[in-house]
Design a protein around this ligand. Structure first.
Ligand code: ASP
Length: 343
């Protein structure tokens, strides 16, 4: 940067933070960015260079998809050298999916990309949006020795900064809507913003590499006691499926019925990845800890360790999008790429 003030680019995608109530139907709908920034005059007071880009048609984040992720990383790539940090305003419903996807798509980050939003629209007096946005901007502009302090994709919500690909939305009614069960908060905002420096990813010395090929032929098999053979087979044999996230019990356990293990083995032999992700929010998959997971390991089920479901989906999209052999893809899934797993 040539000027001495840190610079932040704010990217507005939509979400409750910028929504207004439709007086006719009572529904909350995304509104344009000008209306949003008018509600936060505090933004003018920042001693930083703040610029913004708004999606032409802001969306409720339930309509988020890989095409929009590509649009987002392209905006970041095109402005990467111009700004010290990026803040993305995003609906909270799928914020963890976007944060996870972006973490894989943006390799070798050396600047912060902070996602935030709110549970109440900014125009409502009790909104949580103002604090979330103002602190997210402060974090995105924070520097040490002239270098960005945070150099990864994060979620900031209700006084906590989290590694984005470790989060999930667990509460739709409280301001405190996100959890990062398997990794500590990266910072906590009180009177001061206290950074957990040891928990932050180290900045990359390599140039930013942006990945824009994502493959979404992914199915999900959530196990439950009594799951039928018919339904299990129909999921495993889904048309063109490349990978199946198998949501297992506890530390990665599944039933040991012969029909079930045979079906899994036949699927793996066809070249489909079976990715073992636990249904527990906390803890990790340890294949081989119990008899009920030893068989999975033997037939080649890939361990998700302590990955969140959101991160598993997007990591698969990223890995399947790479021109790699099946073996290499499986290896990548079991490798910690962006701080998303502890293995
Ligand atoms: N439905 C909204 C969205 O995700 C909820 C929110 O912003 O918190 O876009």
């Amino acid at each position: 940067m040539t000027n001495s003030k840190p610079s932040v680019l704010l990217i507005y995608t939509g979400g409750t933070i910028g929504m207004m109530q439709d007086h006719r139907t009572g529904e909350l709908k995304p509104f344009n960015f000008k209306a949003l920034s008018k509600q936060i005059p505090e933004l003018e007071k920042f001693d930083i260079q703040l610029s913004s880009i708004s999606f032409k048609n802001p969306i409720d984040s339930s309509n988020m998809n890989p095409q929009v992720w590509i649009e987002l990383v392209t905006i970041i790539k095109d402005h990467y050298h111009q700004y010290d940090g990026f803040v993305i305003l995003h609906g909270s419903d799928t914020m963890s999916y976007t944060a996870s996807a972006l973490s894989f798509m943006l390799e070798n980050l050396s600047k912060p990309v902070i996602l935030t939003g709110s549970q109440l629209p900014i125009g409502i007096i009790r909104t949580d949006g103002k604090e979330n946005l103002i602190t997210a901007i402060e974090i995105a502009s924070a520097q040490k020795n002239g270098k960005p302090l945070v150099t990864e994709v994060c979620v900031y919500f209700e006084y906590k900064l989290y590694r984005g690909n470790r989060t999930y939305k667990y509460n739709s009614a409280h301001f405190d809507a996100f959890k990062s069960p398997n990794y500590p908060a990266l910072a906590e905002a009180g009177v001061k913003i206290q950074y957990n420096v040891n928990a932050l990813l180290k900045p990359s010395k390599k140039a930013l590499t942006v990945h824009t090929t994502l493959e979404n032929d992914i199915a999900v098999l959530k196990l439950f006691p009594g799951i039928s053979k018919k339904i299990t087979l129909s999921i495993l044999n889904s048309l063109d499926v490349k990978a199946v996230i198998m949501e297992t019990f506890g530390a990665g356990n599944a039933c040991t019925d012969e029909w079930f293990l045979t079906a899994l083995k036949q699927t793996i032999d066809r070249g489909v990845i079976i990715y073992n992700v636990t249904q527990c929010a906390e803890g990790k998959v340890i294949q081989g800890m119990y008899e009920t997971s030893s068989a999975l390991k033997k037939i080649g089920v890939v361990s998700g360790y302590d990955i969140t479901f959101e991160s598993a989906v997007t990591k698969l999209m990223y890995v399947l999008g790479k021109k790699q052999t099946l073996e290499k893809r499986k290896q990548l899934l079991e490798t910690n790429l962006r701080g998303e797993i502890t293995n």
